[in-house]
Design a protein around this ligand. Structure first.
Ligand SMILES: NC(=O)c1ccc[n+]([C@@H]2O[C@H](COP(=O)([O-])OP(=O)(O)OC[C@H]3O[C@@H](n4cnc5c(N)ncnc54)[C@H](OP(=O)(O)O)[C@@H]3O)[C@@H](O)[C@H]2O)c1
Length: 483
């Protein structure tokens, strides 16, 4: 019997997805460019599942599939995807379906959708989140592209996707061309921001409150039973409780403080800049990783640049009100996370308009409640907020979230101020607070920016009391309407 779907790429994700499909009773043919990985998989994990069939090359993979052929790529994004597609298309017929499930850039997906449509082939760009565990046990799946293609693979992808709380389906069709990969990119942007925010709260407890990793692990464990309940808080608690096998020290103390990245956070920031959407907390998280990577320079600078010092009177005084500070940090983390998610959803909303995708933010929030890295209890409230008002342009304007953030304000401000006074960097948390304050202030100092632009470049400005554009001849102070 022919296979229902083909899978190219047996890396970390591909292997888990193939086994997941087989566990759910689907017949899947697999191929990997490097034979060693292929052989290892076929002789190892795949040997347990007769419904996984190996293919020696792309042609054999295509020949093993029922029609229309459905072929999923789970490979390194960028040129490898174009190269595998160009090999594949020679063996495919109109109506066949290619599914790119890797982290491709949404603009590449828009281009590929168009190119393949011209050959009568259907294309799906799918964002998959959940890492190795998710691929095997149930990821979150964000599909974009041909709706007909989605209908054709929906049963397989729905079966393998996460079901939050055992019932909420964490897979779905979002919209045309690049929308699925855009949503995954924003997911990763929020992931960057959330990880940085959690890391900053850990750093504060460590440096200000002199807590050891195990104590901090307990705090995160308790937070995970409340409104901060989320996958990232859960794994952080677990990480902080781990000891290093060889030294017996906390494992976190043995890991070099230089973060790496694969680029999806940066893509989110680029996309936001292009669309004119402020995402300062996501940007701060990307910048923080860039700063962390300057390890050697930071070591040199620590001996040159003055600061209050972490054993200063500030931190000793703060340590005396430890319980209260932990509560303030919890408030600060929660409010900052709400701002990070608000920025991500605002970016989705702007892209939906700009690219004509008609995205449903409530649906996306729902897909993210299970299987993915940014799953969090408060995504249920985010979904409810968008269900209440589908046109909500910013989560902070929702009554529930406005109230939540307002109730955290005092702790949030004290925490950011303590970090600044104590010389401890909190770039994501500070940027989130600044985002909130910028968004809620009716008047920002952009009036002065406009005056400066007009002064040096005659760029004109608008008045608050008259329509039209104006220019001032600044040496004389004479103002005149323009155009
Ligand atoms: N790991 C995660 O947590 C995660 C989560 C979500 C999405 N993703 C995305 O999923 C995709 C796969 O990730 P992964 O973690 O499974 O990667 P991986 O373990 O590094 O495996 C990479 C796969 O891509 C193939 N590949 C590499 N270069 C290729 C080329 N030039 N032509 C054809 N195939 C090539 C590899 O084949 P060879 O064995 O022959 O090199 C391998 O099958 C990526 O787009 C990644 O961004 C990853």
């Amino acid at each position: 019997m022919r296979s229902e779907i083909g899978l190219i790429g047996l890396g970390v994700m591909g292997q888990g997805l193939a086994v997941n499909m087989a566990i759910h009773g689907h017949r899947v043919s697999v191929f990997n460019p490097t034979p060693e990985l292929f052989d290892e998989f076929m002789r190892g994990r795949a040997a347990l599942y007769p419904s996984i069939e190996g293919a020696a090359d792309i042609r054999q993979l295509v020949d093993s599939l029922e029609c229309p052929r459905r072929i999923m790529l789970m490979i390194k994004s960028g040129p490898p995807v174009d190269s595998v597609i160009s090999e594949l298309v020679d063996f495919l017929s109109p109506g066949d379906i290619i599914i790119d499930a890797g982290n491709s850039h949404f603009k590449d997906t828009i281009r590929r959708t168009r190119e393949l449509a011209a050959r009568g082939l259907l294309y799906l760009g799918i964002g998959i989140s959940g890492g190795e565990e998710g691929a095997l046990h149930g990821p979150s799946i964000m599909a974009g592209g041909s709706e007909a293609a989605w209908r054709s693979v929906e049963n397989i992808l729905s079966d393998i996707a996460a079901k939050a709380g055992g019932t909420v389906q964490c897979s779905g069709y979002l919209g045309p061309d690049g929308s699925g990969h855009f949503a995954k990119m924003v997911h990763n942007g929020i992931e960057y921001a959330s990880m940085q925010l959690v890391a900053e709260t850990y750093h504060m407890m460590r440096c200000f409150l002199r807590m050891n990793p195990e104590e901090i692990s307990d705090v995160f464990r308790i937070w995970n039973t409340r409104r901060l309940q989320s996958y990232l808080i859960e794994i952080t608690s677990s990480i902080l409780a781990h000891s290093d096998g060889s030294t017996g020290k906390p494992i976190v103390d043995m890991i070099k403080d230089a973060a790496q990245q694969k680029g999806t956070g940066m893509w989110s920031v680029f996309a936001a800049l292009e669309l004119g959407v402020p995402v300062p907390t996501i940007a701060a998280a990307v910048e923080a990783r860039n700063m962390s990577a300057l390890k050697e320079q930071r070591e040199r600078a620590s001996g040159i640049l003055a600061g209050p010092g972490l054993s200063s009177p500030v931190s000793v005084a703060e340590a005396s009100r430890k319980g209260q500070m932990i509560e303030e940090i919890e408030d600060a983390l929660y409010a900052s996370l709400v701002c990070a998610y608000a920025q991500g959803f605002a970016l989705l909303c702007a892209a939906s308009i700009a690219y004509g995708w008609n995205l449903d933010s409530g649906q996306i929030a729902s897909l993210w409640t299970g299987g993915c890295i940014i799953r969090a209890a408060f995504l249920n409230q985010i979904r409810e907020a968008f269900d209440r008002n589908r046109g909500l342009c910013n989560l902070l304007l929702d009554e529930f979230f406005a109230g939540e953030v307002a109730s955290c304000q005092d702790g949030w401000r004290s925490t950011v101020a303590a970090a600044a006074n104590g010389g401890l960097p909190a770039p994501a948390m500070a940027s989130a607070l600044s985002y909130y304050d910028s968004y809620r202030l009716q008047v920002l100092p952009a009036n002065l920016i406009q005056a400066q632009r007009d002064y040096f470049g005659a760029h004109t400005y608008k008045r608050i009391d008259a329509d039209g554009a104006f220019h001032t001849h600044w040496p004389t102070g004479r103002e005149r309407p323009v155009g």
